[in-house]
Design a protein around this ligand. Structure first.
Ligand SMILES: *[C@@H]1O[C@H](CO)[C@@H](O)[C@H](O)[C@H]1NC(C)=O
Length: 252
């Protein structure tokens, strides 16, 4: 499980306004709840004060007090640490703020699943000695973890499979693509199997080797063009014959 960071609030304070140019000063505090387990046993509450991009003072609930990282940060930390009641409140926020919030976010987002849309298509048809290539794609799924495999008559195919990584769409969804290079045999059944948390049963797509719809469209357009060409050529030939035979009939 990856490290999750939960931003509870983000307060920003501009210390000094712009002096002529775009230069300014930027003092801000970031409050984070950091955890990577589902039972929240490693939950850490962090409060980091930064000036421009430098963190100068930080509270970490595991450490239990403020720590300064710069000269002025050390002074701030000493000051904060004198207030024992404040330190106690900060430590208590792990249970009071971080865990209840993480609980809500996890049930609303992290633990949700979205089933992939699986498509199976032909990339290359077998020609002579060259093998055929099929592509199995899974789109718009969440979470990231997924398994794509290929079966030939129910048996797992391991060689000749190349798969991409799970790719982030940038909107919490992922996609993945797997290619199978194989030599088709008649009567066999090729299937793509997708296993994902969104479905207790694997999603199975069987390859239908009959001509695909796009191929059928290409053939229709191609043959229409051919028929049209023949008609125009025939018309032209008839016209030419009539003209030339007419010319012969005209006496000089
Ligand atoms: C908090 O402090 C502990 C102990 O020093 C450290 O191991 C941990 O990495 C710190 N957490 C973060 C998120 O900085």
């Amino acid at each position: 499980m990856s490290l999750l960071k939960l931003l509870i609030f983000h307060s920003i304070l501009m210390l000094s306004a712009f002096i002529g140019t775009a230069d300014g000063y930027y003092e801000y505090a970031i409050y984070e709840c950091v955890y990577s387990t589902s039972d929240y046993s490693d939950m850490v509450n962090l409060l980091s004060y930064s000036f421009n991009k430098v963190v100068h003072t930080q509270f970490n609930s595991t450490v239990g007090k403020f720590v300064g990282f710069t000269e002025v940060g050390v002074k701030y930390a000493e000051n904060f640490n004198e207030d024992k009641a404040y330190l106690q409140r900060m430590k208590a926020e792990v249970d009071k703020v971080c865990i209840p919030n993480a609980h809500n976010y996890d049930s609303l987002v992290r633990d949700k699943t979205v089933k992939p849309t699986v498509t199976l298509s032909s990339v290359k048809q077998a020609e002579g000695r060259h093998p055929a290539v099929l592509m199995c794609s899974a789109y718009e799924f969440y979470p990231k973890k997924i398994k794509v495999s290929w079966l030939r008559d129910g048996k797992l195919m391991t060689s000749e499979v190349t798969s991409t990584m799970e790719m982030a769409d940038g909107d919490w969804y992922y996609q993945i693509h797997s290619e199978l290079e194989y030599t088709p045999k008649s009567g066999e059944k090729i299937s793509c199997v997708v296993e994902h948390a969104s479905s207790s049963q694997p999603i199975v797509k069987d390859w239908n080797p009959s001509i695909s719809e796009s191929d059928r469209n290409k053939i229709t357009i191609g043959s229409s063009g051919l028929v049209l060409g023949i008609i125009i050529a025939a018309a032209g030939l008839i016209y030419y014959k009539k003209k030339s035979s007419g010319r012969i009939l005209v006496p000089n």
